[in-house]
Design a protein around this ligand. Sequence first.
Ligand code: CU
Length: 360
Amino acid sequence: MAQTAGITQKLILLFLTTFLISQSSGAPQNINPSYSYAFTSCAKPIVRKEWRRLSVDERQSYTKAVLCLANPKKAASISEIGPGLRNRYDDFHGVHTLQTPNIHWVGHFILWHRYFIATFEKTLREVCNYRGAQPYWNWTIDVTSGRDMIEWPIFNNHSGFGGNGPYVDGDNPFDIPERSGGGCVPRGPFNYPDWVVHLGPGPSIDYNPRCLKRDFSRPIMNWVTPGLVHWVTNVTRYEDFAFRLENLPVFTSPNLHGAGHFGVGGALGEFGDVYASPGDPLFWVHHSTLDKIFWRWQQEDLPKRLFDVGGPVVPFDYSNQVGPNITLEFVIKLGKLAPEIPLRDIMNIRGGILCYDYEG
Ligand SMILES: [Cu+2]
């Protein structure tokens, strides 16, 4: 317990320090809830479906499109972040890496990731001719199914993302319980060398080609329960929703965001690496589920929740000791991948610059 608290403190300090060095913009302005264009019609949204609601062909066309984004002949890097980035998929990984200290445990966590996923989905469609929408992975169905993780459709080698790595010994600084893998994902579309992670571990954006690793932790994955989803969504203010969604980065208190990351990535897998987690393509289906939960929550009171934001600009600064809270005018960036926009532009997934919806 004391050790966990110590590690948490170090994590928080690390984030704060990196944040203060890299923080550059986002001066808050007044909230003005008159954004007529937020209601611009989006008559035909593309519809994001749960993974198992897609046909096997549709699932494979998604994973193929992701592989296409990592093929420099089909999807060259445009981010100009550094020589370590070799393709458009790396651009997404690199943008996430550089901004990691500014986009987690902050008010705009879920909104930044909403924009990030929407840009990824747009790129899949425009650069790799993907016809579908970004799928999501409703882990609650799997966790409550009683089936073991390795049997879950999302980890299928033929119609999913492949499964766990074989067990290897390794450091486990956060004492992730029952870590069970840690080796290279051996089969499926993202085995090595069909899929190569280039960046990381951690904040490094140097060229470091290697296999994708997974390190399942069943107790952490089992954090996901209907009760936890209810706890996250059973609030009326955005600020409270946003806090509960991420919760504190400790392994003594469950949270939905961490459940996917550490349940799959464990101690040694890319998915458990807060910087390098996009190295595992599960990133997109996991984060889309969080976005769907957010949207369903917004829909319970759209007139209010299309305009309600809050939570700190500075990571973990929940009592605003260091900085202000975010507002609708807070600007988020994705480097060269997409225009800088204020949060108000992405409050509505069916208006403004976004046009998608969720099935289920
Ligand atoms: Cu992230």
